[in-house]
Design a binder for this molecule. Structure first.
Ligand code: XMP
Length: 510
């Protein structure tokens, strides 16, 4: 098996997931746990050192245990991992004025098995300030980029490789191939681990965890909670009751569709709670995004606890938490990641919670969840749905939330999605939604002056939500959509399109 040593990058888990996709079992462990004794027990066949937010040039920044370099197995350092490897093996790292964030082009400067099958010029994803300035003995340069002359280095004899870019993100076009070259060609893995095996293990783990206890599951109608519910239902049948909470911040028609679809298609106990007023009154006067998320998360749990009592003492709360929710919310295992946002199903959990969590999808990414959903026979409409965040429209209404603003947003969002469906774009886009800005601008309609809100449209392509690019709509589509929204939705007189990628933006605005 392969060991991934985590130095706190936001995308460490993507490494595990790419490696998994090529059929190689891997585990992630934080750098401060990986010492000689750990390595002896784990006995890795290869190691990957992740990126991280620290600077190798700073005193006290995380280091890899030197025992890693004594094992005689292949090591791949990514970004911070590369710099660390260079520094610890006798090279040097400098802080650079020429930072690189986003797309860059890599040019091969040598022949290495790591880059077998790549073209001479490859698109890669960079995200770094520091860079390697001097190589350790025995290393050579195998590729460069405009702002990183030592973009990739290798010591072929010891099978040590270091890359400045991130092969694990999809925007590195041949990143999966590079990782596969490392695991299969260089480290000699066969690639016989599968996702079906994972499903079986998960069902057994659910049974072991809950025994004959009752479980309630928060069902949002999104892919994650639907897959979690069906998986758990398959594992424990009637011990599961689903609770759908209408927060008043759902999309237009969403609540009816979700409950109807679930009652029609699946034989799962379902309680529908109408809590719109409760959420709105708690959010009154709140405009800070983190406070919104915490309040919503807390209120969800209050409601689940209440419902748990009504169904005769559920002890467990199941959630469709995915890995990106985990990595972006908390620093797992006391590890080194920085909090970006508190996703409600993790970061907002009140400490006093009485229910034990069941989170079978915690290790997975969205597209893996979709694959699992298909394997479970879930309806196509569910599996292909765009993601919808737990806090709903609350985080698409920057500033204070009012019922009136939510209503405007709901109408505008419905017109926008209708346009996307009409033009046959829904499945090309990973996620699309509207954001109602707390800004009014002047316009003219007919002979009158208007002073209404600005609506921002967002649409991104992604495979896992960890990185994303904006969707390149045609100007005709954008123009037609803006006209329709302004004509059909009262309260909006200006429409703008968000062309920010992630990073540096996030997908949601809050
Ligand atoms: P960001 O905005 O962090 O979003 O780039 C990444 C993906 O996660 C979704 N998201 C959430 N999902 N609860 C959820 O279940 C949340 O609190 C939450 N916040 C963001 C977001 O819609 C995108 O798909």
């Amino acid at each position: 098996r392969l060991l991934i040593v985590d130095f706190g990058s936001q995308v460490t888990k993507l490494i595990a997931r790419r490696v998994r996709e090529s059929g190689v079992y891997s585990e992630i462990h934080p750098f401060n746990k990986v010492d000689a004794a750990f390595l002896k027990a784990f006995n890795p066949k290869a190691l990957i050192l992740s990126g991280g937010p620290a600077s190798v040039a700073d005193m006290g920044s995380p280091r890899a245990d030197d025992a890693i370099f004594q094992l005689g197995v292949p090591v791949l350092g990514i970004c911070y991992g590369q710099q660390l490897m260079a520094a610890q093996l006798g090279g040097a790292v400098e802080k650079s004025d020429e930072q690189e964030f986003g797309r860059a082009y890599l040019e091969k400067t040598g022949v290495s098995p790591l880059f077998a099958g790549l073209t001479e010029r490859e698109q890669v994803w960079m995200s770094h300030g520091d860079r390697v300035s001097d190589m350790p003995d025995g290393f050579e340069i195998i590729a460069k980029s405009p702002n990183a002359p030592l973009a990739a280095i290798a010591n072929e004899a010891r099978r040590f490789y270091g890359v400045q870019f991130h092969p694990e993100v999809v925007h590195t076009e041949n990143g999966a191939l590079i990782l596969r070259n490392f695991t299969h060609t260089i480290a000699g893995f066969k690639g016989d681990w599968t996702m079906a095996a994972f499903k079986g293990e998960m069902m057994q783990a659910i049974r072991d965890q809950v025994g004959d206890g009752q479980v309630i599951c928060g069902l949002s109608g999104g892919v994650d909670s639907s897959v979690a519910a069906v998986l758990i239902h398959e594992a424990i049948g009637d011990q599961l009751t689903c609770v759908y909470v209408d927060t008043g911040m759902m999309r237009k028609g969403e609540s009816d569709q979700v409950t109807a679809l679930f009652r029609d298609h699946y034989d799962i106990n379902l309680i529908h709670v109408d809590a719109g007023d409760e959420f709105l009154s708690l959010l009154e006067g709140v405009s800070d995004p983190e406070r919104k998320r915490k309040i919503i998360g807390g209120t969800f749990i209050d409601i689940f606890e209440r419902e748990a009592k009504t169904i005769g003492g559920a002890k467990f709360l199941a959630q469709g938490t995915l890995y990106p929710d985990v990595i972006e919310s908390v620093s797992f295992d006391g590890g080194p990641s920085v909090t970006i946002k508190s996703h409600h199903n993790v970061g907002g959990l009140p400490e006093r919670m009485d229910l034990e969590l069941v989170e079978p999808l915690r290790e997975l990414f969205k597209d893996e969840v979709r694959a699992l959903g298909r394997e479970l026979g879930l309806h196509k409409d569910f599996v292909e749905r765009h993601p919808f965040p737990g806090p709903g429209l609350a985080i698409r209404c920057p500033g204070e939330i009012t019922k009136a603003r939510l209503d405007i947003l709901r109408e505008a969002d419905a017109v926008y999605l209708d346009q996307i469906r009409k033009h046959g774009l829904y499945n090309d886009i990973w996620q699309a939604f509207a954001v109602l800005l707390p800004v009014q601008t002047v316009g003219v309609m007919g002979d009158s002056r208007t002073y209404d809100y600005v609506l921002a449209l967002r649409a991104v392509t992604s495979t896992d939500g960890m990185t994303a690019d904006y969707y390149p709509y045609s100007h005709d589509f954008l123009g037609e959509t803006a006209t329709r929204i302004i004509n059909e939705v009262r309260g909006v007189n200006r429409v703008v399109y968000d062309v920010t990628s992630k990073p540096p933006g996030t997908i949601e605005w809050e």
